[in-house]
Write a protein that binds this ligand. Structure first.
Ligand code: NAP
Length: 283
């Protein structure tokens, strides 16, 4: 069994982004800019936003944070997005989800200029992902693909099972695997015989949001297991959707939590922002 080291792969991706950012600055005088909008004080969101800011600093981007109070109105948030759409020095706009309940996250995402939608959540970008003609890859699924490539794990013709069908992870993950010629099954809360389906997977991706949901009996000998989950166990400790200790010995490869998919999401965001800066400046 080999552990897929997300920290290592994400460091490589960020180094490459850093190098290309320097070239962009030297050759064209362009510094990519990312605006991160956070509404309210959800502690998990705060950690994610800080990680994104740190990554921006590392790769040499300009990052601007907009921390808005929880009582921000829909109109105020939409006005901010509109202003950011028009700012030349901002190439990527990221609105940290979830938003407080009174805000309509769909309307906010749709208000972002698709060329600045570095999360790839806008309907235009989602459509492009379906077509396989995307500018921006959805950050978490793209991070998973990058890990598979980095460890030379083939997807072509493999039996891939994705547990979860969210717009952020499960659905786009399935599309990216399909684009690489995996035979993809998507499972969700209404799936029957889930364990049996999972136990046939060569590549099993868990994006459920339930701690240690994937148990050893659900995993085929020699499978590649990718754990997207960011959950808390009974002691409040960070863990994934996979029962790592009991599953790991059955796998050929497995991602840990923490240190697996999480760091990759941020690395892909950096890649997308760099690409956005290049597209917007016709480089
Ligand atoms: P989500 O929107 O809550 O979706 C969860 C999915 O799991 C749904 O499609 C749901 O099915 C399915 N599900 C729930 N219970 C199930 C069951 N008993 N059997 C089979 N399927 C079941 O969550 P998400 O946003 O996709 O996130 C999933 C996990 O990934 C969370 O732990 C989240 O924190 C983590 N995450 C990590 C990163 C990262 O950077 N590492 C990024 C994003 C998310 P239904 O559709 O039928 O309800």
């Amino acid at each position: 069994m080999q552990i897929i080291d997300g920290k290592k792969v994400s460091a490589q991706v960020k180094e490459e982004v850093k190098k290309q950012t320097l070239e962009l600055k030297e050759q064209y005088g362009i510094t990519p800019g990312l605006a991160v909008v956070i509404v309210g004080d959800d502690p998990a969101s705060r950690v994610y936003v800080n990680n994104k800011k740190k990554a921006c600093e590392f790769v040499g981007f300009k990052s601007e944070e907009f921390s808005l109070p929880a009582e921000t109105t829909q109109e105020e948030l939409l006005n901010l997005v509109k202003t950011l759409n028009e700012k030349k020095d901002i190439n990527g706009i990221l609105v940290q989800l979830p938003l407080p309940e009174h805000l309509d996250d769909k309307a906010v995402i749709e208000a972002i200029d698709p060329l600045k939608d570095v999360d790839a959540f806008h309907a235009v970008n989602v459509g492009k992902i379906m077509l396989g003609e995307y500018d921006f890859m959805p950050c978490t699924p793209a991070g998973v693909m990058e890990m598979l490539h980095s460890y030379n794990i083939p997807v072509n013709s493999k039996n891939c099972v994705v547990i979860g069908r969210s717009n952020i992870v499960g659905k786009p993950m399935s599309m990216l695997l399909l684009h690489e010629n995996g035979t993809v099954t998507i499972c969700h809360s209404r799936t029957q015989n889930l364990a049996e389906i999972c136990s046939k997977a060569d590549i099993l991706v868990a994006a459920v949001g339930k701690p240690k949901f994937v148990t050893a009996d659900m995993v085929k000998e020699g499978a590649v297991v990718i754990d997207v989950g960011m959950d808390r166990d009974e002691n409040g400790k960070l863990c994934g959707d996979v029962d790592f200790e009991n599953v790991k010995d059955k796998c050929s490869y497995i991602t840990p939590v923490p240190g697996g998919v999480g760091p990759m999401t941020v690395a892909t965001l950096m890649k997308n922002t760099l690409k956005a800066a290049k597209i917007q400046n016709n480089v």
